[in-house]
Design a protein around this ligand. Structure first.
Ligand code: PEP
Ligand code: MG
Length: 589
C-alpha cells in the first residue's frame, strides 16, 4: 500500500508539541513502550514440556540476536567501552547454570517458560539488590533488562526486531541512552509525549540529526504502530495519517530547507566575523568523538563545550583515569589545533549518572560540581585524565553548576593538587591550561564579577540559567511556553555576566541552546559575547548571520532590546529587525 493510500483510510490528526530537532520525517510509526511484560503462573501439561523448552531456547536466541545488534551499534556510535554493558547482558543470557536451572524447573514444576524465567532470574536480582555494593545494584538493572527481553521474546513482543525497517519512534519519553541506541539509520524521527527542548534526549537527537518533536502530551495514545506519521521538527508538529496536501507541503518545506542548507556549505571556511571585522569565536557543543568530523566540516573553530557525561553512557561506574584519558586525548587530537573545553562531569538532574538516587527535585539536587566536590576522587581522576590529554596545549577545563565562589576555589585547589602530583611524577601536561566556570545558576550570575576575578573565562549555560532564573523546569512541556529566552530578566542577566567578565579582562561565551538560535545571534553579539558555542548543525546558519551585520548595529539592536520590558515586545522587535537584515533566512518555518 502506498503512503497516500494508508493515510487516506483515516482522518488526519495534527498534534502540536515542541520542536526539538530540525528536519522532516515521513514514515510509519513504531510505538515504543518501556512497559515491563506481565507474567502469570500458568501450568503446562507434561507433553508440552518439550515445546516449552523449545520456546525458551528460541527466545533466548532471538534475545541474543537483538543484543548483538544493539552491541554492534553502540560500539560504532559510542565506542567499545561504553558498549560493554550490552556484553554483560549477553553473558547473563549465555549463563549455562542459570538457563539450566530454568530448563530443569520447566520439566519438574510444569510451569510456563516465561514464569520460570521471571521467577528464577528474580531470585538472582533479589540477591544482587540485597548486596551492600552499589555496583551490584546496577548489575541488577542489567539482569532485569535481560529478563524482560527474554520474556518479551517468549511472548512474541519483539521489541527491537521491529526496528528492522524504517520507523518514527513514538514514545512517552526517551532516555538519552534510548535516543542513542535507537538512532540507527532506520530511525527517521522521534515523537514523545514528554520532554522539553533542552532535555538531553532532545539535545542528542539534534546532534544525531534525527528530526524530533517532544512535549506532545498524548501522542502515544493517538498513534498506533504502523500508522503513517509525519514529524515536522522545524515547526514542532506531528501529523498522524497526514493527507496528501499535508505531505506535499512538508516535502516542499524539506526541499526549501535543504536548498538553504546547501547555500551554507561554502561558509565553513570563512571566519565568523562581522562586516566591520569583529571576530566571534564560533565553536561547537559536542558529546561524542564521532561528531568531530561533522563539526569540522561545518566550520567549528573549536569545541566550546564537551559534555564529558557522555563517557558515562551505559556505564555502571565512573570510567578509570586511563579510559577517560583515551577518550579526551582522542578528542583533543582530532580537534587540534583548535581548542577543546572539557566540562567536568555534570551528572544529576536529567543527566546520565552511574549512581541513581531518588530525589524529589533532582534539578535542585545533587548535580554537577556538587557531586564532584562531595566525591573528590571522581573529580581528581577526571582532572588527571584531562591534564594528561592537554600536552598539545589546546585543552581547557570548565566547571558546571557552580553556585558560589568557594566551589570554584575548591575545584581549583583540586586541580592544583593534581598538577603538583603529575609534576612530581614527571608527567607532561599544559601548565598554562585555562580554567573557566559555567554561569548557569542565578547566584553565579550575581557573583559573576567575583568569580571572573579568579578564572580565565566564563561560559553562560542558558539552558539551566533560564530554568533557574524563571523557575521553569527545562524538561517540562506543561510550562514550556514560559521557558522564555527573550524574557527581559534573561537578557539583562546575560549583559551583567558579560560586563563582569570584561571588567576582569576575560572572555565570556555562551554554550546554552540560546547561542544557536538565529533570532538571538545579533542580540548576543550586541551584548558583547566573545564566543558562541552551538550544536554543529546550526554552525553555518549562525555564521551567516554574524557575517551579515556590523557589530555597531548589533550593539544598537541589543541596546534597544534592553529597553523593552516584555518577552513579546522583544520577540516582535527582533523579528522585524532581523527580517529586514537577513531576508533569505527561513526564520518562520
Ligand atoms: C546549559 O545549561 O546551558 C548547558 C549548556 O549545560 P547542559 O545543557 O549540559 O546542562
Ligand atoms: Mg547546564
Amino acid at each position: 500500500m502506498s503512503m497516500e493510500e494508508m493515510s487516506a483510510q483515516a482522518q488526519e490528526v495534527i498534534v502540536k508539541g515542541i520542536a526539538a530537532a530540525p528536519g522532516i520525517a515521513i514514515c510509519t510509526a513504531y510505538l515504543y513502550s518501556m512497559q515491563v511484560p506481565r507474567v502469570q503462573a500458568k501450568t503446562i501439561s507434561p507433553e508440552d514440556v518439550e515445546s516449552e523448552l523449545q520456546r525458551l531456547r528460541s527466545s533466548n536466541q532471538r534475545a541474543e540476536k537483538e543484543l548483538m545488534k544493539i552491541l554492534a551499534f553502540a560500539e560504532h556510535k559510542l565506542g567499545s567501552q561504553s558498549a560493554k554493558i550490552f556484553e554483560a547482558q549477553i553473558m547473563i543470557l549465555n549463563d549455562g547454570i542459570l538457563m539450566g536451572a530454568i530448563e530443569n524447573r520447566i520439566g519438574k514444576e510444569l510451569k510456563t517458560a516465561e514464569f520460570l524465567v521471571f521467577d528464577e532470574i528474580s531470585k538472582y536480582k533479589r540477591l544482587m539488590l540485597a548486596a551492600p555494593d552499589e555496583y551490584m545494584h546496577e548489575r541488577a538493572h542489567d539482569v532485569d533488562d535481560v529478563m524482560n527481553r527474554i520474556i518479551r521474546n517468549i511472548q512474541d513482543q519483539k521489541l527491537f526486531s521491529k526496528l528492522e525497517g524504517e520507523a518514527v519512534i513514538v514514545s512517552e519519553t526517551l532516555t538519552p541512552a534510548d535516543t542513542v541506541i535507537f538512532s540507527r539509520n532506520q530511525v527517521l524521527g522521534y515523537a514523545t509525549d514528554l520532554g522539553g527542548v533542552t532535555s538531553h534526549a532532545a539535545l542528542l537527537s539534534r546532534s544525531l540529526k534525527i528530526p524530533a518533536v517532544v512535549g506532545l502530551h498524548s501522542a502515544t495514545k493517538q498513534v498506533l504502530s504502523g500508522d503513517l506519521i509525519a514529524v515536522d521538527g522545524y515547526a514542532g508538529v506531528i501529523a498522524i495519517h497526514p493527507t496528501e496536501e499535508t505531505l506535499e507541503g512538508l516535502r516542499h518545506k524539506a526541499q526549501r530547507f535543504k536548498e538553504f542548507e546547501q547555500q551554507l556549505v561554502g561558509l565553513a571556511r570563512l571566519p565568523a566575523e562581522t562586516l566591520d571585522h569583529k571576530r566571534i569565536d564560533l565553536a561547537a557543543n559536542l558529546e561524542f568523538v564521532e561528531e568531530i568530523e561533522f563539526a569540522l566540516t561545518q566550520g567549528a573553530a573549536g569545541v566550546g563545550l564537551y559534555r564529558t557525561e557522555s563517557e558515562l553512557l551505559a556505564q555502571s561506574r565512573y570510567p578509570s583515569e586511563d579510559e577517560q584519558y583515551e577518550a579526551y586525548n582522542k578528542v583533543a587530537e582530532e580537534m587540534f589545533p583548535h581548542n577543546v573545553i572539557f566540562r567536568t562531569f555534570d551528572v544529576g538532574g536529567d543527566k546520565l549518572t552511574p549512581e541513581r538516587f531518588e530525589e524529589d527535585n533532582p534539578f535542585l539536587g545533587w548535580r554537577g560540581i556538587r557531586v564532584c566536590l562531595d566525591r573528590p576522587e571522581i573529580l581528581l581522576t577526571q582532572l588527571r585524565a584531562i591534564l594528561r590529554a592537554s600536552t598539545r596545549r589546546n585543552v581547557s577545563i570548565m566547571f558546571p553548576m557552580v553556585t558560589k565562589l568557594s566551589e570554584v576555589r575548591r575545584a581549583k585547589e583540586l586541580l592544583k593538587q593534581v598538577k603538583d602530583e603529575l609534576k612530581a611524577k614527571g608527567v607532561r601536561f599544559d601548565q598554562r591550561l585555562k580554567v573557566g566556570v559555567m554561569i548557569e545558576v542565578p547566584a553565579a550570575a550575581i557573583l559573576a564579577e567575583s568569580i571572573a576575578a579568579e578564572v580565565d573565562f566564563l561560559s553562560i549555560g542558558t539552558n539551566d540559567l533560564i530554568q533557574y532564573l524563571l523557575a521553569v523546569d527545562r524538561g517540562n512541556s506543561l510550562v514550556a511556553p514560559i521557558y522564555q529566552q527573550f524574557n527581559p530578566a534573561v537578557l539583562r542577566t546575560i549583559k551583567m555576566i558579560v560586563e563582569a567578565g570584561h571588567k576582569h579582562n576575560i572572555w565570556v561565551g555562551m554554550c546554552g541552546e540560546m547561542a544557536g538560535d538565529p533570532l538571538a545571534t545579533i542580540v548576543l553579539m550586541g551584548l558583547g559575547l566573545d564566543e558562541l558555542s552551538v550544536i554543529p548543525t546550526t554552525l553555518p546558519e549562525i555564521k551567516k548571520i554574524i557575517r551579515s551585520v556590523k557589530h555597531k548595529d548589533a550593539k544598537k539592536i541589543a541596546d534597544k532590546v534592553l529597553t523593552l520590558t516584555t518577552e513579546d515586545e522583544i520577540h516582535q522587535y527582533l523579528f522585524s529587525a532581523l527580517k529586514g537584515k537577513l531576508p533569505d533566512l527561513p526564520l518562520e518555518p
